[in-house]
Each structure stands twice: as C-alpha cells, then as structure tokens.
Design a protein around this ligand. Structure first.
Ligand SMILES: C[S@@+](CC[C@H](N)C(=O)[O-])C[C@H]1O[C@@H](n2cnc3c(N)ncnc32)[C@H](O)[C@@H]1O
Length: 323
C-alpha cells in the first residue's frame, strides 16, 4: 500500500464499535494466560530500551541494524539484568533521569510486562495509568501489581478497562470514564504492539493527543513486515488484527503530522526473530507473504503447547511525536 493510499485509508469512516466485540474476544482467558512467552519477552525488553532512549528532538530514530537476540538461546540470550539499559546509561532520555515525577499512560497496556520492565526507571512519585479493553489482559496485569513495589516503591499504578471511542462498549460493561483519563494530563503516552489491532487508528490517535499535556510525547511501537494490508471492514475473526503487516514508518509519520503533532519522526527501531504459530502468521502477516514465510522458516515443535512454530523475521517501528 502506498503512503497516499494508506493515509486516505485512515480517513475513511470506520465503524470502530462494530469491531470492538471482535478485538475484545481475541484475548480470551486462555490466550491471555499464554500471551507472555519468550518471543514476547524479547520484543518487550527491546521496546523497553527503545522507550528509555527515545529522543523527542527532530533527529531520526536510532536503528539497530542487526537482528536483536539469538533465537537459538533460551530467552533469546537476553536477560533483563544484562540487556535492559542501566538507569545511568548516557542513552537514557532526560525524562527518565529527571527529579520531577511523570504521569505516563500505557494505552492498550495488555498484561503490563512492559510497564514492569519500565517501572524502576520512572522518577520518584511517578504514575503509570494502564488502559485496555480486555478484562483478561488486565487481570494478569493486576496479579503482578505487588511486584512493582520492589522495583519502585513510590510508583503508583492504576488500571482501567475502558474504550476511549466506543460509548456502547462501556455502557454494556458498566464501565465509567476513569478519573485519570483527563485532557492535558500526561507527560508521556506509550503504546506497544497494539496499533495493528485498532480499526480507527486516526480516531484513537486524535483522542490520545487530547490526553497529553502540551509538549507531552507519544511513542508508538508496532510491527512492520515490509508491507501493510488493512482490513478495517473485514476483521480477522481469530485475531481481530485490522492491519496485517503493521504500518510503515512513512504512513505513521504522515498520520501524526496530519493530526497536528510536532517533531514527528518514525523509523525501524530494530529487527528480530520470533516463533509464531501458523494461525498467528495468517492473522498478522500480509496475505501474499504467508506462503513464502512458511516455506522458508525454521520450525520447532513446542512441547508445552503441542504446536509447530515457525521462526519469522519481523521489524519493530518506532514513532515519536510531541503535542
Ligand atoms: C498485542 S497486545 C499488546 C499489549 C501490550 N501493549 C504489550 O506490549 O504487551 C494488544 C492489546 O491491545 C488491546 N486493544 C485492542 N484494541 C483496543 C482498543 N480499541 N482500546 C484499548 N485496547 C485495545 C488488546 O486488548 C491487547 O491487550
């Protein structure tokens, strides 16, 4: 899809509400309990480092050329202790080194593993607000909340099940607007590996902008498989992935510019290999790449899950912009 086609795609009127049921059903209790695996931990450790070292100037983002992690080693050879940036590392952004508390929104926070990795870097008395539409994902986040204390005793973490666009969804589940979700409230909003799920990407991004303080930053990390393919009106019934292949940095850059963000920049943050089941490949990659990927991929039999998995090379894009 060309940049122009993709941008005009965002401009179509999407019936966001119709698809929520589907997106919400993706993370069933069983799927959520199996969500955190070595491949996810690899991506979230790398996303943690990318967020810690983000740069809100107009410089292009740093790209790691080599593939991150060694798929042949347990946990891709990346331990939390060794791989995550040290708090005093010169690459860590000033916002994480400041003495002032920050308020950070993790939009579509899922099970909160990324926030857990980030917790010890947030200044004293900071606050993380996690919002997601999936009760099952948030239940897992809630179970790890007491472990945040050991990492950062003064950090407050609040969680909310809420749909920021669809009133009907909230009404059906009796969900009221979380009091933390105020306009001009957040210094930083992060969103990790979730944009490809959103049907109304433009509507969500506009809304997130309202929650940022003036000069607040938005950081989006999401897959990019070299080619985007959108299915906003034909949601994948299993994964509710509206945008197979993710988004190219160019498409995200033009979207954020159109919405009125400044200091917009986007690029490939890093490349990585992940183990994916065939149905997950079918639900995430552009359709015309699926056969090729399956034919050339290394495979392994996952004994715990009794499933064949394929090793797929993907890229993670990072987009950073300022209100
Ligand atoms: C692949 S998970 C990513 C979770 C987490 N950010 C991470 O990095 O592990 C995608 C998340 O997006 C959430 N999601 C999908 N559509 C959403 C929406 N419209 N509003 C809020 N969350 C949404 C899902 O429930 C799920 O938890």
């Amino acid at each position: 899809m060309s940049q122009q086609e993709a941008t005009s795609h965002f401009n179509q009127q999407h019936k966001h509400g119709q698809h929520i049921h589907n997106a919400d059903q993706t993370f069933t209790k069983e799927n959520s309990s199996r969500y955190e695996n070595p491949s996810l931990r690899l991506m979230l450790k790398a996303n943690c480092n990318a967020i810690l070292s983000y740069d809100s100037s107009n410089q292009p983002p740093d790209t790691i050329e080599a593939v991150v992690g060694d798929y042949a080693k347990p946990e891709f050879g990346l331990t939390e202790e060794e791989y995550l940036l040290k708090p005093n590392d010169p690459d860590v952004s000033p916002i994480f080194k400041s003495k002032k508390p920050i308020k950070m929104l993790d939009f579509a926070c899922g099970t909160g593993l990324l926030d857990y990795y980030l917790a010890s870097y947030l200044p004293e008395n900071s606050e993380i607000v996690g919002v997601d539409i999936s009760r099952n994902q948030l239940d897992i986040f809630e179970k790890r909340l007491d472990r945040f204390q050991a990492k950062n005793p003064t950090l407050k973490v609040k969680l909310a099940e809420f749909d920021i666009l669809n009133e009907e969804f909230n009404k059906k589940r009796n969900l009221s607007l979380p009091k933390e979700l105020q306009e001009n409230a957040f210094d930083l909003i992060i969103c990790s590996i979730s944009y490809h799920h959103f049907h109304d990407v433009k509507g969500i991004t506009k809304k997130l902008k309202t929650y940022l303080k003036p000069q607040g930053d938005l950081i989006i990390l999401d897959f990019y498989d070299g080619q985007e393919q959108a299915f906003p009106d034909d949601p994948d019934p299993v994964h509710a992935v509206a945008h197979h292949g993710g988004f190219s940095p160019e498409v995200l850059k033009s979207l954020f510019t159109e919405i009125g963000f400044s200091k917009v920049k986007a690029g490939i943050s890093y490349k990585f290999n992940v183990w994916m089941r065939k149905d997950v490949i079918l639900g995430h990659l552009p359709h015309d790449r699926v056969n090729h990927v399956i034919n050339v991929a290394k495979t392994q039999y996952n004994e715990d899950r009794k499933e064949l998995e394929y090793l797929v090379e993907r890229s993670m894009s990072i987009s950073v912009c300022t209100k």
